[in-house]
Design a protein around this ligand. Structure first.
Ligand code: C5P
Length: 243
Protein backbone atom coordinates (compact mmCIF):
# COMPACT_ATOMS: atom_id res chain seq x y z
CA UNK A 1 0.00 0.00 0.00
CA UNK A 2 1.30 3.44 -0.89
CA UNK A 3 2.37 5.52 2.09
CA UNK A 4 0.07 8.42 2.79
CA UNK A 5 1.41 11.89 2.42
CA UNK A 6 2.16 13.44 5.79
CA UNK A 7 0.87 17.00 5.97
CA UNK A 8 1.75 17.96 9.54
CA UNK A 9 2.95 16.29 12.73
CA UNK A 10 2.09 17.94 16.03
CA UNK A 11 2.67 16.92 19.64
CA UNK A 12 -0.40 14.70 19.95
CA UNK A 13 -1.70 14.27 16.40
CA UNK A 14 -0.60 13.70 12.83
CA UNK A 15 -2.40 14.96 9.75
CA UNK A 16 -2.25 12.98 6.51
CA UNK A 17 -3.60 13.78 3.09
CA UNK A 18 -7.22 12.60 2.85
CA UNK A 19 -8.91 10.47 0.19
CA UNK A 20 -10.73 13.44 -1.42
CA UNK A 21 -9.49 16.98 -2.09
CA UNK A 22 -10.31 19.18 0.88
CA UNK A 23 -10.11 16.30 3.38
CA UNK A 24 -7.42 15.13 5.80
CA UNK A 25 -6.95 12.11 8.03
CA UNK A 26 -6.30 13.07 11.67
CA UNK A 27 -4.33 10.43 13.60
CA UNK A 28 -4.34 10.56 17.43
CA UNK A 29 -0.99 9.61 18.98
CA UNK A 30 -0.42 8.24 22.48
CA UNK A 31 2.18 10.93 23.15
CA UNK A 32 1.51 13.28 26.05
CA UNK A 33 3.42 16.53 26.43
CA UNK A 34 3.20 19.35 28.93
CA UNK A 35 4.92 22.65 29.65
CA UNK A 36 5.54 23.22 25.94
CA UNK A 37 6.94 19.70 25.50
CA UNK A 38 9.46 19.95 28.37
CA UNK A 39 7.67 16.96 29.92
CA UNK A 40 6.91 14.00 27.65
CA UNK A 41 5.56 10.46 27.93
CA UNK A 42 3.72 7.83 25.94
CA UNK A 43 0.39 6.98 27.56
CA UNK A 44 -0.88 3.77 26.04
CA UNK A 45 -4.46 4.11 24.84
CA UNK A 46 -4.68 7.92 25.10
CA UNK A 47 -4.97 8.36 21.32
CA UNK A 48 -7.83 5.87 21.10
CA UNK A 49 -9.72 7.60 23.93
CA UNK A 50 -9.22 11.10 22.51
CA UNK A 51 -10.29 9.99 19.03
CA UNK A 52 -13.57 8.63 20.42
CA UNK A 53 -14.17 11.52 22.82
CA UNK A 54 -13.47 14.18 20.19
CA UNK A 55 -15.84 12.39 17.80
CA UNK A 56 -18.51 12.34 20.53
CA UNK A 57 -18.19 16.05 21.38
CA UNK A 58 -17.94 17.25 17.76
CA UNK A 59 -20.91 15.11 16.66
CA UNK A 60 -23.03 16.56 19.46
CA UNK A 61 -21.91 20.09 18.62
CA UNK A 62 -22.86 19.61 14.96
CA UNK A 63 -26.30 18.45 16.11
CA UNK A 64 -26.83 21.84 17.77
CA UNK A 65 -25.60 23.65 14.66
CA UNK A 66 -21.93 24.33 15.42
CA UNK A 67 -19.93 23.65 12.23
CA UNK A 68 -16.96 21.36 12.87
CA UNK A 69 -14.26 19.77 10.74
CA UNK A 70 -15.32 16.24 11.78
CA UNK A 71 -16.61 14.04 8.95
CA UNK A 72 -16.37 10.49 10.30
CA UNK A 73 -14.25 8.23 12.45
CA UNK A 74 -12.24 5.84 10.31
CA UNK A 75 -10.83 3.48 12.95
CA UNK A 76 -9.61 3.47 16.55
CA UNK A 77 -7.00 6.16 16.01
CA UNK A 78 -8.07 8.06 12.92
CA UNK A 79 -10.83 10.33 11.80
CA UNK A 80 -11.62 11.92 8.46
CA UNK A 81 -11.81 15.69 8.74
CA UNK A 82 -12.39 18.65 6.50
CA UNK A 83 -9.25 20.62 5.67
CA UNK A 84 -9.41 24.14 7.06
CA UNK A 85 -7.02 27.05 7.34
CA UNK A 86 -6.32 27.22 11.05
CA UNK A 87 -6.54 30.70 12.57
CA UNK A 88 -3.29 31.00 14.57
CA UNK A 89 -5.08 31.51 17.88
CA UNK A 90 -5.93 29.25 20.77
CA UNK A 91 -9.32 30.22 22.13
CA UNK A 92 -9.58 29.48 25.85
CA UNK A 93 -12.85 29.59 27.77
CA UNK A 94 -12.75 29.60 31.56
CA UNK A 95 -15.60 29.04 34.01
CA UNK A 96 -13.50 28.57 37.17
CA UNK A 97 -9.99 29.80 37.97
CA UNK A 98 -7.24 27.24 37.32
CA UNK A 99 -3.91 27.00 35.57
CA UNK A 100 -2.39 30.13 34.13
CA UNK A 101 -5.23 32.53 35.04
CA UNK A 102 -5.02 31.44 38.69
CA UNK A 103 -1.28 32.10 38.67
CA UNK A 104 -1.45 35.32 36.65
CA UNK A 105 -4.20 36.97 38.71
CA UNK A 106 -3.44 35.37 42.10
CA UNK A 107 -6.77 33.51 42.23
CA UNK A 108 -7.31 30.36 44.23
CA UNK A 109 -7.85 27.34 41.95
CA UNK A 110 -11.54 26.50 41.76
CA UNK A 111 -12.79 30.06 42.35
CA UNK A 112 -15.92 30.54 40.21
CA UNK A 113 -15.42 33.33 37.69
CA UNK A 114 -18.08 36.07 37.48
CA UNK A 115 -18.88 34.93 33.92
CA UNK A 116 -17.18 32.76 31.32
CA UNK A 117 -13.92 34.48 30.40
CA UNK A 118 -12.47 34.08 26.92
CA UNK A 119 -8.75 34.46 26.29
CA UNK A 120 -6.75 34.27 23.07
CA UNK A 121 -3.21 32.93 22.80
CA UNK A 122 -1.05 33.26 19.73
CA UNK A 123 -0.21 29.75 18.46
CA UNK A 124 3.57 29.66 18.44
CA UNK A 125 5.42 26.85 20.23
CA UNK A 126 8.73 28.71 20.19
CA UNK A 127 7.12 31.59 22.09
CA UNK A 128 5.11 29.31 24.40
CA UNK A 129 1.72 30.40 22.95
CA UNK A 130 1.62 33.88 24.55
CA UNK A 131 -1.62 35.48 25.69
CA UNK A 132 -2.67 38.22 23.25
CA UNK A 133 -5.36 40.88 23.29
CA UNK A 134 -7.96 41.67 20.63
CA UNK A 135 -5.80 44.71 19.86
CA UNK A 136 -2.89 42.43 18.88
CA UNK A 137 -5.18 40.20 16.83
CA UNK A 138 -6.57 43.17 14.88
CA UNK A 139 -3.21 44.93 14.46
CA UNK A 140 -1.40 41.83 13.19
CA UNK A 141 -4.37 40.79 11.03
CA UNK A 142 -4.77 37.30 12.54
CA UNK A 143 -8.57 37.67 12.45
CA UNK A 144 -11.02 40.39 11.45
CA UNK A 145 -13.37 41.98 13.98
CA UNK A 146 -16.22 39.97 12.46
CA UNK A 147 -14.22 36.72 12.78
CA UNK A 148 -13.42 37.60 16.38
CA UNK A 149 -17.08 38.21 17.22
CA UNK A 150 -18.00 34.91 15.54
CA UNK A 151 -15.20 33.08 17.36
CA UNK A 152 -16.42 34.40 20.71
CA UNK A 153 -20.00 33.29 20.03
CA UNK A 154 -18.82 29.87 18.84
CA UNK A 155 -16.65 29.48 21.95
CA UNK A 156 -19.58 30.37 24.22
CA UNK A 157 -21.88 27.88 22.43
CA UNK A 158 -19.26 25.16 22.83
CA UNK A 159 -18.97 26.12 26.50
CA UNK A 160 -22.72 25.89 27.12
CA UNK A 161 -22.97 22.54 25.34
CA UNK A 162 -19.91 21.00 26.97
CA UNK A 163 -20.74 22.35 30.46
CA UNK A 164 -24.23 20.79 30.31
CA UNK A 165 -22.96 17.49 28.96
CA UNK A 166 -20.35 17.25 31.72
CA UNK A 167 -22.67 18.41 34.50
CA UNK A 168 -25.05 15.57 33.59
CA UNK A 169 -22.31 13.05 34.41
CA UNK A 170 -21.05 14.78 37.57
CA UNK A 171 -18.11 16.60 36.00
CA UNK A 172 -17.31 20.32 36.19
CA UNK A 173 -15.99 21.91 33.01
CA UNK A 174 -13.41 24.24 34.54
CA UNK A 175 -11.90 25.49 31.27
CA UNK A 176 -10.98 24.35 27.78
CA UNK A 177 -9.19 25.36 24.61
CA UNK A 178 -10.47 25.21 21.05
CA UNK A 179 -8.98 25.99 17.66
CA UNK A 180 -11.01 27.42 14.83
CA UNK A 181 -10.34 27.35 11.10
CA UNK A 182 -11.64 28.95 7.95
CA UNK A 183 -13.13 26.99 5.07
CA UNK A 184 -14.72 28.14 1.84
CA UNK A 185 -18.05 26.86 0.50
CA UNK A 186 -17.94 28.26 -3.03
CA UNK A 187 -17.08 31.91 -2.33
CA UNK A 188 -18.54 31.92 1.16
CA UNK A 189 -16.07 31.76 4.06
CA UNK A 190 -17.17 29.87 7.18
CA UNK A 191 -15.58 29.48 10.58
CA UNK A 192 -15.27 25.85 11.55
CA UNK A 193 -14.39 24.25 14.87
CA UNK A 194 -11.20 22.26 14.24
CA UNK A 195 -8.42 20.31 16.02
CA UNK A 196 -9.90 18.25 18.87
CA UNK A 197 -11.96 18.49 22.03
CA UNK A 198 -10.71 15.98 24.57
CA UNK A 199 -9.43 15.77 28.16
CA UNK A 200 -6.07 16.90 26.70
CA UNK A 201 -7.56 20.32 26.04
CA UNK A 202 -10.09 20.68 28.90
CA UNK A 203 -9.95 20.81 32.68
CA UNK A 204 -12.52 18.38 34.06
CA UNK A 205 -13.09 17.98 37.80
CA UNK A 206 -15.38 15.53 39.53
CA UNK A 207 -18.11 17.68 41.09
CA UNK A 208 -18.27 15.68 44.33
CA UNK A 209 -14.63 14.96 45.04
CA UNK A 210 -12.75 17.54 42.95
CA UNK A 211 -10.72 14.70 41.42
CA UNK A 212 -8.98 15.82 38.22
CA UNK A 213 -9.93 13.84 35.11
CA UNK A 214 -7.84 15.70 32.52
CA UNK A 215 -4.27 16.35 31.41
CA UNK A 216 -3.39 17.96 34.76
CA UNK A 217 -3.14 14.33 36.02
CA UNK A 218 -0.05 14.09 33.78
CA UNK A 219 1.17 17.66 34.22
CA UNK A 220 1.08 17.35 38.02
CA UNK A 221 1.83 13.62 38.43
CA UNK A 222 -1.53 12.89 40.03
CA UNK A 223 -1.96 9.30 38.83
CA UNK A 224 -2.72 7.35 35.70
CA UNK A 225 -3.79 9.56 32.81
CA UNK A 226 -5.43 6.79 30.77
CA UNK A 227 -7.52 5.80 33.83
CA UNK A 228 -8.74 9.40 34.18
CA UNK A 229 -9.71 9.66 30.48
CA UNK A 230 -11.35 6.22 30.62
CA UNK A 231 -13.47 7.43 33.53
CA UNK A 232 -14.67 10.44 31.48
CA UNK A 233 -15.45 8.14 28.53
CA UNK A 234 -17.21 5.62 30.78
CA UNK A 235 -19.45 8.26 32.38
CA UNK A 236 -20.37 9.64 28.95
CA UNK A 237 -21.05 6.14 27.60
CA UNK A 238 -18.25 6.51 25.07
CA UNK A 239 -15.93 3.59 25.66
CA UNK A 240 -13.69 2.65 22.74
CA UNK A 241 -14.74 -0.34 20.68
CA UNK A 242 -12.54 -2.38 18.41
CA UNK A 243 -14.02 -0.73 15.33
O1 C5P B 1 -2.67 26.44 31.00
P1 C5P B 1 -3.96 27.21 30.96
O2 C5P B 1 -4.59 27.40 32.31
O3 C5P B 1 -3.83 28.52 30.23
O4 C5P B 1 -4.96 26.31 30.09
C1 C5P B 1 -6.33 26.61 29.94
C2 C5P B 1 -7.02 25.45 29.24
O5 C5P B 1 -6.57 25.35 27.89
C3 C5P B 1 -6.72 24.08 29.88
O6 C5P B 1 -7.88 23.27 29.79
C4 C5P B 1 -5.61 23.52 29.01
O7 C5P B 1 -5.64 22.11 28.97
C5 C5P B 1 -5.96 24.10 27.64
N1 C5P B 1 -4.77 24.33 26.82
C6 C5P B 1 -4.51 23.51 25.74
N2 C5P B 1 -3.40 23.73 24.96
C7 C5P B 1 -2.56 24.74 25.21
C8 C5P B 1 -2.81 25.59 26.31
C9 C5P B 1 -3.93 25.36 27.10
O8 C5P B 1 -5.28 22.59 25.46
N3 C5P B 1 -1.50 24.93 24.43
Amino acid sequence: MARRKLIYEGKAKILYEGPEPGTLVQYFKDDATAFNAEKKAVIEGKGVLNNRLSEFFMTGLMQIGVPTHFIKRLNMREQLIRQVEIIPLEVIVRNFAAGTIAKRLGLEEGTPLPRPIIEFCYKDDALGDPLVSEEHIAAFGWASQQDLDDMVSMALRVNDFMSGLMLAVGIRLVDFKIEIGRAWDNDFMRLILADEISPDSCRLWDIETGQKLDKDVFRRDLGDLADAYTEVARRLGVLPTNA
